[in-house]
Write a new protein. Structure first.
Length: 370
């Protein structure tokens, strides 16, 4: 049966790359789609539904409060705004103008990401600490001043950064909150509350990645007063977050997806991914100049707990970028991750169906043989 994408002339893709926004995030389970469809059939008071969604997030994550956002970037904007204004409505109406407002966001150099543009859009002035070789606790202490409104911590790098527990202790000593961007740090399921337990005041998750909610949904959870300040500046209220409107379908879909995800057997899921990674590894043996193995990435696409097939390709055989492009342009189109620096292709089983494993192996062999 043809898919809707065949019908409209847009290329469907086999996803061997991961929960990537550019591929649509995740696929939603039938029960999530059914809940969204039911939500679409009636009108509702949005403020009541927003409050329900936040209460469900708080219940499942163990946070004091929660809020449904428009993806992780929406969470960054709203969380930053909350830290800049607190519950002061006058300051809320003023953003992104921060005249007379504490507006500095301290962030370790290795935690700079392109998405922190959302923090600057809220009015924050980013203050980088450390350099490419890392950050020390003393540097972090010196960077926090009377103008500091928030410290941003991005769960990204295993490099020498100041760990979250120490960041929180330093920041809290000065009365400064810590916001953690943990967009794709699920699984493991323990991460739903691990960052709060380690000292974070606000935590952001993507709803459209492994949780399996709408691609444009996200979670902001943490301290009650800060989440309340974020909600006061978000839809259906006016404020800096008004353009980040969440629909009734989006709220219901995110919550039902989160409920479903929290009840999954994640050990069984990881075991299934391990088996598929081993199958792909076995299917790619015997190619001249190619070495396939099951490995865990230490950087790049998250989460890092997913076992993947790493394919090391000698330069004389093929250029990594050209192989990845050939797979995406071929039939069927297949998305993978490429790491040219170590001449590696990464095949991620996270969103593969069992019957797609053989297809991926066949197409990778074709591209490498060519």
């Amino acid at each position: 049966m043809n898919s809707i994408y065949d019908e409209i002339g847009v290329t469907p893709v086999i996803n061997a790359s991961g929960s990537m926004t550019y591929l649509g995030g995740s696929l939603m389970a039938p029960e999530v789609l059914e809940a969204m469809d039911r939500a679409a059939g009636q009108f509702v008071r949005m403020d009541e539904l927003v409050a329900w969604g936040g209460a469900e997030i708080a219940r499942i994550t163990g946070a004091e409060a929660g809020h449904v956002t428009t993806g992780s970037a929406g969470g960054l904007l709203l969380g930053t705004a909350a830290c800049l204004t607190g519950l002061d409505r006058k300051k809320m109406y003023q953003l992104p103008d921060t005249t007379g407002i504490k507006n500095e966001m301290v962030v370790q150099k290795l935690h700079r990401i392109s998405f922190d543009h959302a923090c600057r859009a809220a009015g924050a002035k980013l203050v980088e600490v450390g350099d490419e070789s890392g950050t020390t606790a003393e540097q972090l202490k010196e960077a926090i001043t009377d103008s500091t409104a928030v410290v941003l911590y991005v769960e990204l790098h295993p490099q020498p950064v100041v760990p979250l527990e120490e960041v929180a202790a330093i920041a809290h000593e000065r009365g400064v909150p810590v916001m953690v961007d943990a967009a794709a740090e699920l699984p493991p399921s323990s991460n739903l509350n691990a960052f709060l337990e380690r000292g974070a005041d606000l935590v952001i998750f993507s709803g459209g990645k492994d949780i399996g909610g709408p691609n444009d949904s996200g979670i902001l959870c943490g301290r009650r007063d800060l989440v309340q300040a974020a909600a006061m500046q978000a839809f259906p209220n006016s404020g800096i977050g008004r353009p980040c409107k969440v629909s009734k379908e989006q709220i219901v879909g995110l919550v039902y997806a989160l409920r479903r995800w929290a009840a999954l057997d994640h050990d069984a899921r990881i075991a299934a991914w391990q088996e598929m990674a081993e199958q792909m590894c076995a299917g790619l043996q015997g190619l001249d100049g190619v070495q396939a193995e099951v490995a865990f990435a230490t950087d790049g696409a998250r989460p890092l707990v997913v076992p993947k097939t790493r394919v090391i390709v000698e330069e004389r055989v093929a250029r990594i970028g050209q192989v990845a492009q050939g797979l995406m342009r071929g039939e069927p189109a297949i998305a993978i991750s490429a790491e040219p620096g170590i001449r590696a292709l990464w095949l991620n089983p996270q969103h593969l169906e069992p019957e797609q494993v053989e297809v991926v192996v066949r197409r990778v062999r074709e591209e490498l043989s060519a």
